[in-house]
Structure formats: structure tokens, C-alpha cells
Design a binder for this molecule. Sequence first.
Ligand SMILES: Nc1ncnc2c1ncn2[C@@H]1O[C@H](COP(=O)(O)OP(=O)(O)O)[C@@H](O)[C@H]1O
Ligand SMILES: [Mg+2]
Length: 133
Amino acid sequence: MNEKAVKIEDSRDVVRARHEGREMARKLGFGPADQARLATAISELTRNVIQYAGKGVCVITDASEMGIAKIRVRVEDHGPGIADIDQAIEPGFSTGNGLGAGLPGTRRLVHEFRIDSKPGHTVVSIAIVRRRA
Ligand SMILES: Nc1ncnc2c1ncn2[C@@H]1O[C@H](COP(=O)(O)OP(=O)(O)O)[C@@H](O)[C@H]1O
Ligand SMILES: [Mg+2]
């Protein structure tokens, strides 16, 4: 199973993680639109890590099965956690003077989206899938 782990500490790491996601998507036969969706999602989630937790990790995994190409991305940190997940995914909600569009936007861009968070540990997991010819 192909897996890439990118440490997330500053904006260069966001660029790296985006790039790794886009490359894996391209290699697995996802089109340019899906590549861009995944890169945008990774960008939003890893920027949140820097902004709200300081640092973390982004793990990009080829989770393909027979007949389907699938990329799973886990973005994880040990920051304060998300107090109210329902509120955090509401468009416009931000505790950081942001647009509050990152999480709800990401959710719309991907096929699977899940947040697990408690104080000291947040994991946002996303996936994109496509049927293989
Ligand atoms: N990794 C994280 N750790 C703690 N809180 C987070 C994290 N990611 C998101 N949040 C919370 O969820 C809110 C919404 O995030 P988001 O939709 O990306 O909007 P924005 O970043 O513009 O505030 C943030 O304002 C923050 O309160
Ligand atoms: Mg954000």
C-alpha cells in the first residue's frame, strides 16, 4: 500500500502535502478536476492544523481496491481540538477571523468526510473514489 506522510508545520508543508495528494490522484487516473478538489481539500485541512494546532501530520494513502481507485487522507494534530464539530462545519463559523468556509467547503469537495476530535487530538479523514475502467 502506497502511503505518504507529510509533517505539517508551516506553509511550505501545505504546498508539499497538496503536491503529494495531486500526484497520487494523477497516478491513480483521477482527472484534473478531482486532482484539484483533493489538493484544495488538503490545503484547507493542513492550513487549519497550522492555524489552530500549530503542527501536525498529513498522511495520504492509496486505498484502492479491485475496481475502485481510492485516496484516503488523514490530517491529524494534537492541538486544542474542535469543541463543537457540528458548529465547525457550519458555513461561516470561525474562531480565527476566517471565512469559515474551509471545513464545509472541504466536505462538499470529497466523497468521504469525517471529523474525530477531543482536546489534544483531532483527526479529519477524507477520501475520494472513482470507478476504474
Ligand atoms: N485542526 C483544528 N483544531 C482545532 N480547531 C479547528 C481545527 N480545524 C478547524 N477548527 C475550528 O473549526 C473552525 C472552522 O474551520 P474552517 O471551516 O476551516 O474555517 P476558518 O479556518 O476560516 O475559521 C475554525 O475556526 C476552528 O474553530
Ligand atoms: Mg480553515
